[in-house]
Structures are given as structure tokens and as C-alpha cells.
Design a protein around this ligand. Structure first.
Ligand code: GDP
Ligand code: MG
Length: 444
């Protein structure tokens, strides 16, 4: 479906063609993939226009390569297309919790009921399944087989024709047995285009069992048509969530997904195969990261986060040097963490505007080796916030406690505090120099 995007990302990041050409090729490939996944054409073009717009108006942060930054933008905008930052709540906020599944016949309700039961059972809940499909003779048997396979009890009444009655009695029985999550499978005998009838049936069972959640099951192969169904359902049910099944077997999955996301409905899970464990919590960002290549996306996101931390730290140092802030050990701690990935500590001073030209910074003394850094991080992990914010209170007995807690020697703790004091002195010196330079510059 959207599988070829992963290769496109790889090719884009490692390819040898010029940046502009690579961007152009990638955007074409993106459009092609999305349209063939049945995503609405208008949505596709508005997405790629937005990407181009951002490319024009935004600049990659320092240290982030243009190509990586571009993929980050694609990742952001694609995530928005599939629902943005919406994170479905899959762990119920109360117990017992009753979930009722509705949807057109053949979409995968019964299969999904089994998958859900398995999902929650694995999370440690006591789960019960209720089979209220009275139209298909083998429906109950199908559910019972699934229940047996995963060790979850199934309630059903073979031969009984009253679906509402079965649902009611099943839920009541499981409530008496202290089941924590009860999943009700229904018939949904109507075809697409009969949303009204489907919603009517939903209402009848709903009134009888008053579930905590109604879940509409949609088959991904209907593509963009999912929009109508989902938006009507979303209007009718305040406690409604959506599961899209058969994401694996169709080219139209992207269409169904983006169409449903466009209605504002919460997509809770997606079904990705016939097997009992082929159900995934749907999180737009994670989903997009996967189709673009999880490894590449995670690397880029991590880098960007590091740079943000680094920028924050730099700003803090600028404040400290200009006299607006105070340097605490907590800052040193954050610096060490950021610098561990970014380079030697002395770099920080070179990067500060106007500082490089001042020269004569005791660089060697500011360099910290990897081994020492590990020790210092351990030491700072053993300090209280009070000690980090105000290192002058660290006396002998505190030092002993910290050394013990971090598995280091008192000497190591002392050394760290000396390093901190050295930084303080350096900052004082820099402040003085900055003033000198300003005075000097002021004369011109
Ligand atoms: P119901 O009529 O809505 O209860 O649908 P069923 O649960 O009986 O499923 C209908 C068919 O869809 C069965 O053959 C299932 O194995 C299949 N199915 C359900 N979910 C998925 C899925 O996520 N992926 C694939 N490939 N098949 C699925
Ligand atoms: Mg069924």
C-alpha cells in the first residue's frame, strides 16, 4: 500500500542527486503513493503544497541537514493527514467497561472482538465476549472458537433470535462474574449505503445494555467511502470510536484512514491481518513513522530534540554570561547530557556569540572525558534537586552520601564541584571581558 514510501525516504536521504531534484522526485513519489492508496486527490495536493510552503518559509536548525529536515516536515504533515497528535485511549478509565461492536457484515467485527479480547487479556484484564449475532447461523460458533483459542469465556444462546435480549443477559451475567471488560459482538446485517438502518440497530442494543463505548468497525477496502459512514456515526455517538480492519490487504487503506481522520472521529485500532494478534493501537505519528521507516524517523527526531536541548542550554549560558541568570549544577547536568552527544564541552564556549573572539578560554580544563562524564552523571543523579540548584550546601557529609549513592569516590564528587566552581569563575571572567569589549567597542 504505502510500503514504497520507506524506500523513497531511504533513497532521498542517501541519494546522490541534487537536493532540489531529490525533493521534487520525493514529492512526486509521495503523491503517487497516496493517490494509489486511495487518499483523496485534493487532500494529497493540499498536503504537498503545505510541504512546499514550509520548505520555502522554514529553515533547518543548525546541525540538522536539509534532507533530514525535509523528511521531518513530511513526517509532520503526513501525521496531520492521518489524525495529527490524537492518541487513542485504549485502557478504560473505569471498570467494568462494556464495549459494543457495530458495523456492516463481513467487515471483521467478530474477528476484531476476538482480537480485542486477546489484547485486553494480555494487559491483565478479565475479559468476557458476548455473541449477539442472531442472523448468521455460524456466528456464535466462530466467536466461541476464538474465545477458546485465547482462553476467554463466550456468552451465547444458540437458537435464540432476540439479539437485544442476548446482549442484555450476556452483559448482566459477566457483570455478576466480575468481568472487567465485556465485548459485545453484533450482527450488522446491512450493506453500505444503509447507514440509517445500521445506526437504528445500534440504538436498540445500545438502549438495552448502555455500553461505555460503541466501536464502529470499518473495512479499509471501502477507501474514501469510509468518510460518510464515519461522520454519521461520529455525530450519532458521543462515546464512539472506530476500528479500521483489513489495512493489510488493500490498496485503499490510506484512503479509509485519512477519510475517517478527516471526520474527527477517534480511530482506536487498525486490523492488519486475519490472525488474533494482528491488531494495532492506532497512533497517527507512530503509523506514519512506520510507513516512512521507523529507524530513519527516530534518528531524525532524536537529533532535532538534541539540538533543541542544545539551543536551550546555549540560551541559558548567554543569560548567565550577560548577568541575567545563575549557573546551577542542574544546568551543568543538562549540558553534560546534551554535550555527550554534541561534542566536547569547550565547543559550547566557542559557539557563544562574541565569545570566540575573546580567546584565551581555558579550553583544556573545560574538556571532560567520556569516562568522567559517566561518573559525573551518576553523581548528579544521586543529588537532590536542592543540591543541584545550590551546590554550595554540599558539605563533607553530603559528599559522602552522594558518593555512596552513585558508587563513586568522595574525590570524584569533589572534582565535579571543582569543575562547577571553575565554570563559575570562567563565567565571571567572561562577563568581565564582555564588559571590557563593550567598553572598547563603545569608544568607536
Ligand atoms: P463480521 O461479519 O463483521 O463479523 O466479520 P468477520 O469477523 O467474520 O470477518 C470477515 C472476514 O474478514 C474473515 O475472513 C476475517 O478473517 C477477515 N478479517 C477480519 N479482520 C481482518 C484484517 O484485519 N485483515 C484481514 N486480512 N482480514 C481480516
Ligand atoms: Mg460476525
Amino acid at each position: 500500500m504505502l510500503d514504497n514510501l520507506r524506500d523513497a525516504v531511504r533513497k532521498f536521504l542517501t541519494g546522490s542527486s541534487s537536493y532540489d531534484k531529490a525533493v521534487e522526485d520525493f514529492i512526486k513519489e509521495l503523491q503517487k503513493s497516496l493517490i494509489s492508496a486511495d487518499v483523496n486527490v485534493k487532500l494529497v495536493f493540499s498536503l504537498t503544497n503545505k510541504i512546499k510552503e514550509r520548505l520555502k518559509n522554514e529553515k533547518p536548525p543548525t546541525y540538522i541537514e536539509r534532507r533530514e529536515w525535509f523528511i521531518k516536515i513530511v513526517y509532520d504533515e503526513l501525521s496531520n493527514l492521518f489524525g495529527g497528535d490524537k492518541e487513542p485511549k485504549v485502557i478504560p478509565d473505569k471498570i467494568p467497561y462494556v464495549i459494543m461492536l457495530v458495523g456492516v457484515q463481513g467487515t471483521g467485527k467478530t474477528t476484531t472482538a476476538g482480537k480485542l479480547a486477546y489484547f485486553y487479556k494480555k494487559k491483565g484484564f478479565k475479559v468476557g465476549l458476548v455473541g449477539a449475532d442472531v442472523y448468521r447461523p455460524a456466528a456464535l460458533e466462530q466467536l466461541q472458537q476464538l474465545g477458546q483459542q485465547i482462553g476467554v469465556p463466550v456468552y451465547g444462546e444458540p437458537g435464540e433470535k432476540d439479539a437485544v435480549g442476548i446482549a442484555k443477559r450476556g452483559v448482566e451475567k459477566f457483570l455478576r462474574e466480575k468481568m472487567e471488560i465485556i465485548i459485545v459482538d453484533t450482527a450488522g446485517r446491512h450493506g453500505y449505503g444503509e447507514e440509517a438502518a445500521l445506526l437504528e440497530e445500534m440504538k436498540n442494543i445500545y438502549e438495552a445494555i448502555k455500553p461505555d463505548e460503541v466501536t464502529l468497525v470499518i473495512d479499509a477496502s471501502i477507501g474514501q467511502k469510509a468518510y460518510d459512514l464515519a461522520s454519521k456515526f461520529n455525530q450519532a455517538s458521543k462515546i464512539g470510536t472506530i476500528i479500521i480492519t483489513k489495512m493489510d490487504g488493500t490498496a485503499k487503506g490510506g484512503g479509509a484512514l485519512s477519510a475517517v481522520a478527516a471526520t474527527g472521529a477517534t480511530i482506536k485500532f487498525i486490523g492488519t491481518g486475519e490472525k488474533i494478534d494482528e491488531l494495532e493501537v492506532f497512533n497517527p505519528r507512530r503509523f506514519v513513522a512506520r510507513i516512512l521507516g521507523m529507524g530513519d524517523i527516530e534518528t531524525i527526531l532524536e537529533k532535532i530534540k538534541e539540538v533543541e536541548n542544545y539551543d536551550k542550554m546555549q540560551k541559558k549560558m548567554e543569560e548567565v554570561i550577560s548577568g541575567k541568570g545563575k549557573l546551577t549544577l542542574r544546568d551543568v547536568y543538562n549540558q553534560l547530557i546534551a554535550l555527550r552527544k554534541m561534542g566536547p564541552l569547550s565547543k559550547l564556549f566557542q559557539l557563544l556569540p562574541g565569545i570566540g573572539m575573546l580567546g584565551q578560554i581555558p579550553e583544556d580544563q573545560l574538556k571532560v572525558g567520556e569516562e568522567k562524564m559517566r561518573k559525573w552523571l551518576a553523581i548528579m543523579n544521586s543529588m537532590t534537586y536542592e543540591e543541584l540548584d545550590n551546590p554550595s550546601i554540599i558539605d563533607k557529609s553530603r559528599m559522602r552520601r552522594i558518593a555512596l549513592g552513585s558508587g563513586t569516590e568522595i574525590e570524584d564528587v569533589k572534582e565535579l564541584i571543582e569543575h562547577y566552581n571553575l565554570m563559575q569563575r570562567t563565567i565571571k571572567m567572561l562577563k568581565r571581558r564582555k564588559k571590557d569589549v563593550e567598553k572598547l567597542l563603545g569608544q568607536f
